[in-house]
Design a protein around this ligand. Sequence first.
Ligand code: HEM
Length: 435
Amino acid sequence: MSSLRSRVRWGVQHGVVGLAIRRAARHGDLQARFVIDPQHRADPYPLYEQVRARGSLVPGRLGHLTVDHGVVTEVLRSDDFRAGPDEDAMPKVLGAVMRWARDPQALGPIDPPSLLVVEPPDHTKYRRLVSRVFTARAVEALRGRVQVIADELLDRLEGQPRAELVEAYCSQLPVTVITEILGVRPEDREKVLGFGRDGAPSLDVGLTWQEFRKVDDAVRGFQGWLGGHLDRLRSEPGDDLLSQLVRLEDEGQRLDDTELRAVAGLVLAAGFETTVNLLGSGIVLLLEHPDELARLREDPSLWANAVDEVLRYESPVQLTARFAVRDTELAGRRVSRGGLVVTMLGGANRDPHVFPDPSRFDVGRANSRDHLSFSGGRHFCLGAALARLEGEVGLRTLFDRFPDLSLAPGGRRTRTRVLRGWEHLPVSTGRVAVG
Ligand code: HEM
């Protein structure tokens, strides 16, 4: 039964969508080309400019597209749009099939009740439970600990002339921080990283059955592990965020088991998957722009702004989407109830009306922080302050410690479309071999 369910889920979420995408691509649809063509995946920016040239909101065969900073902001903040599809607005049979195929043991980051796709009142309830741990003030208190973690990770690279930084540093720093916040045992970190790596394409559409199976196995593995982790916290609670959520069971604000796993799972996965990409892109951008790195060495007070410039220039989450909850108007065009608007965050971050000379990487840019890489409105990234802190401490410590760092051949970008970053980043550390 569960394999039939998986097949149906793949069919509805990816198979049919994949067919529609391929058909649309044959007709030159820009969104479909973005999904299909590996060239756009490697460098999506020329395609964003094609979208921009066609207007602030471009109708396509699958939905509307926008790279306009103003329109993206408006959609993300609007009550006329919701983050996940409205099953009540779908043809009845499709809605029923989707509900039947949903498997509580295989709920991914964009399946309800994930925070990313639910709306008030559930969204307000879940978000309130976790947000206090991630306020700017609470996060600033973690600065010392983030610094110690960064220092210890870099200690391990001393005496090594070469290193692979995604594995040794970019992924280890955020996963260590978020697992400490969530009370996960250090010995489980590698397992969590593996689930994250294999599950990352779950945000993409049009996966093949083989790709879907791999993602589905990772999501199931993660959910199974998380269930065990939450059980352990029930019997041995600590001071961490998840122990607090588990304790709510005694305080009458209970989340049911599916809700608890959805909230906990998203905070954990979102807490490292994206920051890995911020660090990887930051390292590459700064090594490719030595003048900008020199400005940071001269004036370290620019580091916080440099992190926002990295986020603007190479958005770790390239796009998100919204569905109209009623017939509405946007940028002078009609969007019908249920209609899809794809907000290309990476494109909006290069809007020349907001960011002069947008393709220039400029660590001193006055308004870098106006990027939309953390989305906007109700779903604005809950971990933005933590990501900025990890970006600042992580990049600055690395470049202070290894002033002669340089890129080595063999770097490889992530193959995902929504998440953009580096999967493999070999470098020369500038140190001589010890021993
Ligand atoms: C550079 C790092 C990060 C980036 C670029 C990023 C980006 C985003 C984006 C774009 C969204 C909203 C998606 C949408 O509107 O559809 C989001 C939501 C979210 N992020 Fe982050 N994120 C990062 C780091 C983190 C961290 C460290 C955490 C850890 C707590 C986190 C937790 C979340 C959560 C829980 C949500 C869902 C919020 C909601 O729907 O109300 N993120 N993030």
